[in-house]
Write a protein of this length. Structure first.
Length: 316
């Protein structure tokens, strides 16, 4: 991709370069505004439809609901790709070619940097909007998951006194819900009976995991917020560093003090993130143990595996 610069021998060439940058920024903002409007229109149309489908779909696996959800998310992904490709072509390439004309000591150097940062910030805002809208469509409320779990338990309690021996018809002792095939001997004739769980019961482990996550969501949010805080501090320090490249030594010294303070705060955030995640992990598996106590041994093995993975990730 080639960009044509209109070179002049008068001071007006600065105005011309500035006009080219302004035009590119304006076109990019208008493009993202249009794309944002499409995202919101799609979201507003899809949200009530998906909610209705989920409530009325008699299929335990909600096949129709997930098919429609997948289609909507596919449209979001297409818009995400379009935004990425356009940013790469229209902003990144433009900035690269402009740097041939506007070098580090050029009077418009900071203006070009501000252009790049503003365009990228607007792009990240659009990306965040897409993630938020997709998550809102995909995410079930805690109440929905609680109700789903309660319905399975209620159904089991209503049916547990209806399991009878296939040989003599005697009532079988089924005390706990089962989500895999179980073999129960008849207390009257000794015959072995194989009981198969229903579709809802087979999904119990998956639903239990969703519910445990919902109950611990505030702890996971605290961890994710700390990670984002660390990233924000990094970019804040980076922006201050860039802002004083062509400034006086005094201004640079003040900026360095600010950057050092930010780095110390960022280090505390880096230290705090794994601690917050450890709190979340422990509470999540405690919740799993409360919901499915018969699988406690299995849960604890998974917990230890994840703790070890976290230690490797953070080098601790």
């Amino acid at each position: 991709m080639a960009f044509i610069f209109k070179k002049k021998t008068t001071p007006d060439m600065y105005d011309d370069l500035r006009a080219q940058i302004d035009e590119k920024r304006e076109r990019w903002f208008v493009f993202l505004d249009k794309l944002t409007k499409r995202v919101e229109e799609l979201y507003l149309a899809a949200f009530p439809e998906l909610k209705s489908l989920k409530a009325t779909d008699s299929d335990p696996n909600k096949s129709t609901y997930y098919k429609v959800l997948s289609g909507v998310c596919g449209q979001f992904d297409n818009m995400r790709s379009k935004a990425y490709e356009t940013h790469d072509k229209e902003i990144t390439d433009f900035h690269y070619y402009m740097q041939r004309e506007i070098t580090a000591l050029h009077p418009l150097a900071s203006y070009l940097t501000d252009f790049r940062n503003a365009c990228y910030e607007r792009y990240t805002e659009f990306e965040q909007l897409l993630r938020d809208r997709q998550n809102e469509l995909k995410t079930e409320t805690r109440e929905e998951v609680e109700n789903e779990y309660a319905a399975i338990i209620e159904s089991f309690n209503a049916d547990k006194d209806k399991f009878c021996c296939s040989q003599c018809g005697h009532l079988l002792p089924v005390e706990r819900i089962f989500f895999i095939s179980v073999h129960i001997p008849c207390p009257a004739c000794g015959a072995q009976n194989t009981l198969e769980p229903g579709t809802q019961a087979r999904n119990l482990q998956f639903i239990t995991q969703k519910l445990a996550k919902k109950r611990c969501e505030h702890l996971l949010d605290a961890y994710n917020n700390e990670k984002q805080r660390e990233r924000n501090l990094y970019y804040k320090a980076h922006d201050i560093k860039l802002s004083v490249i062509h400034k006086s030594d005094r201004e640079k010294a003040i900026a360095n003090e600010q950057i050092e303070a930010i780095h110390l705060e960022r280090e505390r955030s880096i230290e705090n993130a794994p601690r917050l995640y450890a709190v979340y992990l422990r509470e999540f598996y405690d919740e799993m143990n409360r919901l499915l106590p018969e699988l406690k041994e299995h849960h604890e093995k998974l917990y230890i595996e994840q703790v070890n993975q976290t230690k490797e990730k953070y080098g601790k």
